[in-house]
Design a protein around this ligand. Structure first.
Ligand code: ZN
Length: 330
């Protein structure tokens, strides 16, 4: 049976469902989590594929070039110098936001799952790298804004403010390694080879994932470990490869007698997901997760022996999560 809940439902219905779902979470020992843009919004990162603010900044800087959101993230953009300039400017603005963003209540909820020995793996579509400071077992499906890489030799470098400044002007910097090889060849009187430029280390539409094979192997290995819970947070699951994996993961979870699947997202899933998720929870993921945290903490007082935190410490964390959620919803 599919249970559909909206955060706007009456409190008594929500409370009942929270208790049910929290009980499943507490029992889980091998949870798979899948996350998307919805979990980073309150941390300071808008859903940039549909963010008017960022696009307007780019339009102001490049008034002659009109781009739709998806076109800025399509690998064909490198064929057009004007689109390429827009892309780099956009990436500079996005990196500036990412640099000041903070993990949200949902990131910290995932950290608690991890620390209490329940989280098998987190697959994220987010490129903001907010998982890094929480030491989560994360697989970044679309790359990361933490680094830049060479378009030619694939050398990787930290995405520093120096590179942000160059990107903001629409000019990709030359790859230091390619440049050094060029200088060496010049000294030796050898002919010059092509040099690469740096781009964000993210995966664009119509572009093969450089770590695709590795991710595929990781997914197979996680499925073989027979996950007992699938929780999808803050994504509408529109990318075909991810859809396939989520459906496979859900089937595997359902082979377990007590396995359940949960989706929490602002928008209701399409019919395609009707029999995939047992719980469809519609609303702000941070608000929902903050409620979960409270329930989990109450239930964990006697059962959570794996966690390194005391109950009082957890309560303090919960209170700070609540303050954060309230502050961000104002
Ligand atoms: Zn290079």
């Amino acid at each position: 049976m599919v249970v559909k809940i909206a955060i706007s439902d009456p409190e008594e219905i929500i409370d009942l469902r929270i208790t049910e779902v929290a009980a499943f979470l507490n029992k889980s020992r091998r949870a798979l989590a899948v996350t998307g843009a919805g979990i980073s919004c309150s941390g300071g990162i808008p859903d940039f594929r549909s963010s008017d603010g960022l696009y307007n900044l780019v339009k102001a800087r490049h008034p002659g070039t009109v781009l739709k959101g998806a076109e800025l993230f399509d690998a064909t953009l490198f064929k057009d110098p004007n689109r390429t300039k827009c892309f780099y400017t956009f990436m500079a603005e996005l990196k500036t936001l990412v640099s000041t963003a903070k993990p949200t209540a949902t990131h910290k909820f995932l950290r608690d799952l991890q620390e209490s020995g329940r989280l098998l793996r987190l697959y994220t579509q987010n490129i903001d790298d907010l998982e890094a400071e929480l030491n989560l077992p994360v697989v970044q499906l679309h790359g990361t804004m933490a680094t830049v890489k060479c378009t030619l030799c694939s050398s990787s470098y930290p995405f520093t403010t120096e590179y942000v400044d160059a990107f903001r002007q629409g000019d990709p910097p030359i790859c230091p390694k390619c440049e050094a090889i060029g200088e060496e060849r010049s000294l030796l009187g050898k002919r010059q080879l092509a040099v690469g430029t740096l781009r964000p280390d993210i995966v664009l539409y119509n572009e093969e994932h450089p770590n695709g094979d590795k991710i595929g192997l990781q997914q197979c290995s996680d499925i073989k470990r027979r996950p007992d819970l699938l929780i999808v947070l803050g994504t509408s699951l529109k990318i075909p490869a991810l859809k396939k994996f989520v459906k496979l993961a859900a089937r595997t979870v359902h082979e377990n007698k007590n396995g359940i699947t949960i989706l929490v997202n602002k928008t209701a899933p399409t019919k395609e997901w009707e029999n995939v998720f047992d719980y469809q929870i519609i609303g702000d993921v941070d608000v929902w997760v903050a409620s979960f945290l409270y329930e989990i903490m109450i239930n964990c007082v006697n059962c959570d022996t794996n966690s390194s935190r005391s109950t009082n410490e957890k309560k303090n964390i919960f209170e700070s999560e609540q303050m954060l959620t309230k502050k961000n919803s104002i």
